[in-house]
Design a protein around this ligand. Sequence first.
Ligand SMILES: [Ca+2]
Length: 295
Amino acid sequence: MSGMGFRMSVSVMIAGIMAAGGVARAAEEAPVGEAQVATNQVQSQATHVATQTVNQVETPAAVPVAPSVVTPPAAEAVKIPEVDATTAWTSASWQIGTRFLQVKLQDDKRGTPNNGSFFGTITQIHEKQDNAPDKIYLQYRLFQSAVWFGVSYDHFMARTMDDGNGDGIADMIGSDGDEEIKGAIPYLQAAWDNDTRFTPYAQIGYAFYQAKFLPNSWGANGTRWVDAKSGVHGVELGGGLNIRLYKNLSADLFARSMKVSDITGDWYYNHGMHGGPFVMTMSYVAYGGGVSWRF
Ligand SMILES: [Ca+2]
């Protein structure tokens, strides 16, 4: 080995010295006695580096077996990215995504004016679609299994309507405003990763909503108001399909049924006269889509 090293060309020796540059500089700056030691170190390291270099250069040519030794790692290097693309998806611990949802109210008609209505003359409520792709969610894989725990954001509004012109069709003439619910839905999800790019999933959740009646100019005329629950819950049954697009990015199709507890209270008019009961039934079904990413 060392004999082979000392036969090296000057240029390879210089490369070795450059590799040991820190030691070489120390030799230049050191007193004569130490310089000899440093120089020996440089030569020793240069010899070591040069020997490695010569071995790397010469071995394939000198030993016929070498090419077959070199080939397997190259083949593995090509295969690994393909394997990783799938296992990265199936073994990821986190998934974040966002969706838009189209919503359909389940109970949008109630009673007759001032008789079993939502309140007062309000006998219908209609979905107010926001079409905002802001229904964000974040979920975490439990125990490296197919079960995930997540939390999603939800927001939904319904406009109140009556039949102000008496033509039998609900309109906005006597509308008092909109009922809004927004909040977080913790959920458990089972997702079936498989060899395809499609991952179906199902989930069950329990929603914590902040409920609020947002009066319009008529409802907020200063003489009337609504006093109703501000906290309600919902039970979610949902499901969907992740369609992996590129690496860990997937498109997401989703549908949900949300059973919301009734929002109850009272409404007042003429600076505090009790108008009657107030109730909003915000249960809905929704479908939509979005994108998600696992990491
Ligand atoms: Ca009408």
